[in-house]
Write a protein that binds this ligand. Structure first.
Ligand code: APR
Ligand code: ZN
Length: 244
């Protein structure tokens, strides 16, 4: 049987969900994590409990953040992001569930309420005690002077970028919204993720189990390829450009 094309899956779908990983942002100049040269091939992740336990480790985390900021802040949405935004604006895709923290789906025009950020967002910081939100500019200045990690001006709590680290609890609201979107979709399009980090990586299977079609677009093989209805091992920009 001739394998249906991505266009056919999209045509036949009434309610698709797109799920993205770092691979969708590499063509914008942001390295992913597990490809050769990826972030975890250059440094070890900082575990949440270590971040909470040690001021030196918090300083190291902020040093990394500001060192990588040049790559992040210059990044613009690429054709992969723009094609996904076009699918949302045409009403083909109800939500974009992303593991990415770079805000590029919002920057490409996906309405913020349709982006579900499972691992948070690196473009701002939060007090982990009172939830107060901080602009990174102010933190960058004081960190450049003192080399000390920031504390909350209101409650002296520990301040962290708005991202979810390994060992940190997943954001309940986003997980609930993602589950709702996955249970209501008839097509789940996983783009640019190695599908190795749970619980996020559980969503493709959840979609499959409730009867949705699963399409994976990823340069490398993933563990979910064997249950997918269509797998495209190719560059994301190239693959999604026709859907701009
Ligand atoms: N086109 C197609 N595939 C690509 C491209 C591209 N231009 N660039 C990268 N890829 C693929 C890689 O082959 C890889 O399999 O994208 C995948 C990215 O996988 P990871 O680097 O593991 O990133 P991701 O799946 O998002 O990681 C999940 O792990 O470290 C945590 O919190 C972090 O959200 C992240 C989570
Ligand atoms: Zn506070």
């Amino acid at each position: 049987m001739e394998r249906q094309s991505l266009a056919e899956f999209l045509e036949q779908s009434a309610r698709a969900v797109v799920f993205t990983g770092a691979g969708v942002s590499t063509e914008s100049g942001i390295p992913d994590f597990r490809s050769p040269g990826g972030i975890w091939t250059r440094m070890k992740p900082i575990m949440f409990q270590d971040y909470m336990a040690s001021e030196d480790i918090r300083a190291e985390a902020w040093r990394r953040k500001f060192a990588m900021e040049r790559e992040f802040s210059a990044a613009k949405p690429n054709d992969g992001h723009k094609a996904i935004a076009a699918m949302v604006s045409r009403g083909e895709v109800s939500h974009v569930i992303t593991q990415n923290i770079d805000n590029l789906h919002q920057d490409s025009g996906v309405p913020a309420e349709k982006v579900i950020e499972l691992h948070g967002n690196a473009t701002y910081a939060l007090c982990l005690d009172c939830g107060r939100r901080y602009d990174l500019g102010a933190i960058r200045e004081s960190f450049a002077q003192s080399g000390k990690p920031p504390y909350c001006v209101a409650c002296d709590g520990i301040v962290k970028t708005g991202t979810v680290s390994f060992g940190q609890p997943m954001p309940e609201g986003e997980m609930r919204r993602a589950e709702e979107a996955v249970l209501g979709c008839d097509l789940f399009l996983a783009v640019g993720s190695s599908l190795q980090v749970y619980p996020a990586a559980g969503f493709p299977l959840m979609a499959k189990r409730q009867g949705a079609c699963l399409v994976i677009v990823n340069r490398e093989e993933t563990d979910m390829d064997c249950v997918a209805d269509l797998v495209i091992h190719d560059e994301i920009g190239e693959t999604l450009r026709p859907f701009l």
